[in-house]
Design a binder for this molecule. Structure first.
Ligand SMILES: *Cc1c(COP(=O)(O)O)cnc(C)c1O
Length: 384
């Protein structure tokens, strides 16, 4: 058992526990492997926007991938360079586009023809030029949960191939206000099969040639994020294999030396650095089942209820003989049947007051928390 959970007994639960040394090791590894090929990493702010996390990540010189005007502002306020900020999302509001234009960000990742027209109008009104990357839907199956697949034709993301000619003429008509800076792709999240990224490289090579043949220079190719983490065994693989990931792109991308390659990584940067720490409130022994009822639920960590995500649950105090194993349905206190962290999980015998860690909760955890049931504000403990 990891000793990272020592000395937590005095804190009132539930709380998010962030392991900043592990975050720094993860960032070191990602940077080191990306730097080998001159690749640039943007951190996907939506995965975790806790200011201390953002400050740690920005201190490593990563850019920021944002999906709202608020995220752009928060990223800049927490040390990210505004010229390394990119802005994605299918529904950018006029207000958000203006925030991005005022900051002269590195790129809008544009997702529809109409959005491109609106950005051109707003840039003209403000007398500025917008940097535009077109998000192309590469029609690749990410082989992940359908709620987190984004790169198929049937998804709402990206510009359909048939609309590209239209985009090119909008660039022609708005030369003073639109700068084409590159192409953007993102196929989904929690991708653990590297073949998916190999397929992406093939599509990227094709699209890159298409644009170059049309007379465009394509300074930036942004390949998105999506590299998955090991939820089942977070201690076995606490830092993902960035070496295999980046070397695959280096091997299969067929691009010019002058082109910049960008990645937008979220989950694999912050996922394993966070745990949700909770106490057992009650043990309830049913006819065929035992329930461990926790003081944390779907209001603190929504992923299991939202898309059947499985997080490792682990007892972190040593009150009892750890050898006696019992199966529990580990559930939260919220008035919803989906408020369940896992069924039939084998754990040491539990009693009221025992502390549990719900692991790998650093990505899409805190950011999705809510106050449904009028829950108390979240607490945090940082390991510096
Ligand atoms: C969510 C998202 C990412 C980050 O995805 P991860 O799976 O967390 O790496 C990157 N790019 C875009 C456009 C996204 O929507």
């Amino acid at each position: 058992m990891k000793n990272i959970f020592d000395n937590l007994q005095d804190h009132s639960t539930p709380f998010y526990y962030y392991d900043l040394p592990l975050l720094r090791q993860t960032l070191n590894s990602a940077k080191q492997e990306a730097d080998k090929y001159g690749f640039h990493i943007h951190y996907a702010v939506k995965a975790n926007n806790n200011p201390k996390i953002l400050q740690t990540i920005s201190s490593f010189g990563l850019g920021a991938d944002c999906v709202s005007g608020q995220e752009i502002q928060l990223a800049i306020d927490n040390g990210f360079n505004k010229h390394q900020v990119v802005f994605a999302g299918v529904g950018k509001t006029d207000k958000e586009i203006k925030i991005a234009l005022q900051n002269n960000i590195q790129a809008f990742n544009v997702e529809s023809v109409q959005e491109l027209e609106v950005i051109a109008q707003l840039a003209q009104q403000m007398g500025v030029k917008a940097n535009i990357a077109l998000r192309i839907n590469p029609n690749i199956d990410a082989k992940t949960h359908h709620y987190i697949t984004t790169g198929l034709d049937e998804n709402k993301f990206g510009i359909m191939a048939g609309e590209l000619a239209n985009c090119l003429s909008i660039f022609e008509q708005n030369k003073n206000n639109l700068d084409f800076v590159g192409l953007h792709f993102h196929v989904g999240s929690q991708i653990t099969d590297l073949d998916v990224f190999r397929n992406l490289c093939i599509k990227v090579n094709q699209w890159n040639s298409y644009f170059i043949d049309k007379g465009f220079t394509v300074p930036i190719l942004n390949l998105g994020g999506g590299l998955g983490i090991n939820y089942a065994e977070p201690d076995k693989e606490d830092i993902v294999d960035f070496k295999a990931f980046f070397s695959l792109f280096n091997e299969f991308l067929d691009i010019d030396k002058s082109q910049q390659i960008h990645f937008e990584l979220g989950r694999c940067i912050v996922g394993n650095c966070g745990s949700l720490i909770s106490r057992v409130l009650y043990i309830k022994n049913g006819l065929n089942k035992n329930f461990a009822i926790l003081d944390a639920g779907m209001t603190e960590l929504l992923r299991p209820a939202l898309y059947q995500a499985v997080h490792k649950v682990q007892k972190i105090n040593n009150t009892f003989d750890q050898k006696q194993k019992v199966r529990y349905d580990v559930v939260g206190p919220i008035c919803e049947s989906s408020d369940c962290f896992g069924k039939d999980i084998e754990l040491p015998l539990l009693e009221r007051g025992d502390m549990l860690a719900i692991r790998s909760a650093g990505a899409y955890g805190e950011v999705m928390s809510s106050r449904y049931n009028l829950r108390e504000e979240l607490n945090f403990v940082f390991k510096d």
